[in-house]
Write a protein that binds this ligand. Structure first.
Ligand code: ZN
Ligand code: FE
Length: 251
């Protein structure tokens, strides 16, 4: 069995994803129905499931129309069921989920929202607004310690896990990353290909988790160079992480 992923650009900089396997097709985080409808028609896939990583409207705005048109079942964080439009199946770490006969891991990764989850299907992690390529989400419903714990959980996945995140933010994330770690050669190299992709109008997702660990400052609060940039050589991991998040808010 193979899983095919189709990127569906939505709104200004959101990504929804079609995940197809056998007779099943899920859409992850449909911001709006029209681009998802068009992608389904283009591929000739029939929607069976709608997956939500968190409740924000730019990730769930297409739920009800797509559900009504296709009869797809809505799958989302059970702990946040009240805020997921049209939810049919609430999932968490304990329940996991199953897609086309294979186990889907659900990781609870609160902080951007308290119900945020990541779905891991066949080596593909759909991280919503928790882990971005070269960045991480804002702390709307949690603090730095909670987000660091959530990201640490994601870091336990295999390094070849592909990260499909909720927005095309890589280029601006990377500009910020370079202010903290200008000497990171892997980061410099990655930004060359990110800039080239954006100049050609192409997506910069997915990234691999291994690549994120080497270049994403939010996964690198132990980096000596980052600590030096922040003047926090001896601070705790969470304190450094929190300061990186704070600086990004004002970047
Ligand atoms: Zn969000
Ligand atoms: Fe979002």
């Amino acid at each position: 069995m193979t899983t095919e992923i189709e990127i569906v650009p939505c709104l200004t900089d959101n990504y929804a994803y079609l995940v197809q396997s056998g007779d099943y097709c899920a859409v992850v985080d449909p911001s709006e129905p029209a681009p998802v409808r068009a992608a389904l028609a283009r591929r000739g896939w029939k929607l069976t499931h709608i997956l939500n990583t968190h409740h924000h409207l730019d990730h769930t705005g297409g739920n009800l129309e797509l559900k009504q048109e296709t009869g797809a079942l809505v799958v989302g964080p059970g702990k946040d069921a009240a805020r997921i439009p049209g939810i049919d199946i609430g999932v968490d770490e304990r329940t996991g989920w199953e897609f086309d006969g294979r186990r889907v891991h659900v990781l609870e990764v609160p902080a951007h929202t308290r119900g945020a989850i990541t779905f891991v299907i066949d080596g593909h992690a759909f991280t919503g607004d928790t882990l971005f390529t070269l960045g991480c989400g804002r702390l709307f419903e949690g603090d730095a310690a909670m987000m660091w714990e959530s990201l640490s959980k994601l870091m336990t996945l295999p390094d070849d896990t592909l990260i499909w995140c909720g927005h095309e933010y890589t280029q601006s994330n990377g500009r910020f990353a370079l202010t903290l770690e200008p000497g990171n050669g892997m980061l410099q190299e990655r930004m060359i290909s990110v800039n080239a992709a954006r100049a050609a109008g192409k997506p910069t997702v997915p990234g691999s988790l291994g690549e994120e660990k080497l270049t994403n400052p939010f996964l690198r609060p132990y980096s000596a160079e980052i600590r030096k940039s922040l003047g926090m050589e001896t601070a705790s991991t969470v304190a450094v992480f929190g300061e990186i998040r704070e600086r990004k808010n004002n970047f």
